[in-house]
Design a protein around this ligand. Sequence first.
Ligand SMILES: Nc1ncnc2c1ncn2[C@@H]1O[C@H](COP(=O)(O)OP(=O)(O)OP(=O)(O)O)[C@@H](O)[C@H]1O
Length: 322
Amino acid sequence: MSTPGTKILLETKDLAVGYSTTQTPLFENLNLQLYEGELICFMGPNGVGKSTLIRTLAGLQKATRGAIRTDTTTDLQFPIAVVLTDKVSTPGMSVYELITFGRYPYLDWNIRLQEDDKRIIDEAIELVHIQDILQKKLYQLSDGQLQMVMIARALAQTTPIILLDEPTAHLDLNNRVEIMRLLRNLAHKNKKAILVATHELDLALQTADYIWLTGKEKNVIPGIPEDLVLNGSFDEIFQFKGFDLKTGKMTHEAHRNKLIHLVGEGFEYLWTKNALERNGFAVTPGESGITIKIELGTQPCVWVMNNQRYTSIQGLLKYLCD
Ligand SMILES: Nc1ncnc2c1ncn2[C@@H]1O[C@H](COP(=O)(O)OP(=O)(O)OP(=O)(O)O)[C@@H](O)[C@H]1O
């Protein structure tokens, strides 16, 4: 996370973003900064303009007003790598060829990869674990594999700024966690500024140094994840229904009108409570209601209710729900 005086790699000045076909811009008067060494998650409901802002910051779309300035101390002609959600325009190209494209801005007139370029490409491939699919054509890839390849190409560009639009959308849980961890490490260790538009609330709260939150107000609220949770900004923007962000859990209606006095501890307590609430029971810390005691020490543990012993939550629930 940035400390005062950290270098700004990208800055917007009174930026307005949108489309000429629509009268009102999606964002107005944006004065934002991307600092070196920071992972920023850009979050907001569908259709507010996250992809449009990312494309505008990347220079792929014209700003309707204002300016974008990148750090002028870098002599790179293209200081920004970008990963978008667009379909690939060259499906017949191989994975390896596509990643080598990441080095093209650095090649000399005979467009030949040097040893350094090859090393950087190999490192990018290794970081996203795609060694097994290098010879495949892009049209032969699954959506998740294609996403990893696009991320590898961006890494091979070795730019100080990386902008990614929903890079984990098609990935399985392990790969989602790994990619976010990789981006965080890259930001911190290699002093990059990385902006990720994402709907992955859990991951963003756990990995981002900063979050840019955006709603209907055409502005962006920056803050660290925990402040934005506690000060209600997330609730205000997303208007969560049936989900309590502060506990990180779905809210369930206690429709069975039965109180359970649950006695226990640890993960067994948490998951038993989860199962009971999901099935419409109210779990109370007080001593009223039906008592269920969790006895630890055996594998699996035992749930005791009315002198009956149950060896699974499923068995317990079956009795309670019948
Ligand atoms: N080429 C275009 N011309 C006109 N309007 C567009 C164009 N592309 C997108 N829009 C509109 O701009 C708005 C913002 O779209 P954008 O894709 O940037 O939102 P987003 O926040 O990334 O959404 P999501 O989370 O669903 O990906 C939407 O109302 C969309 O319909």
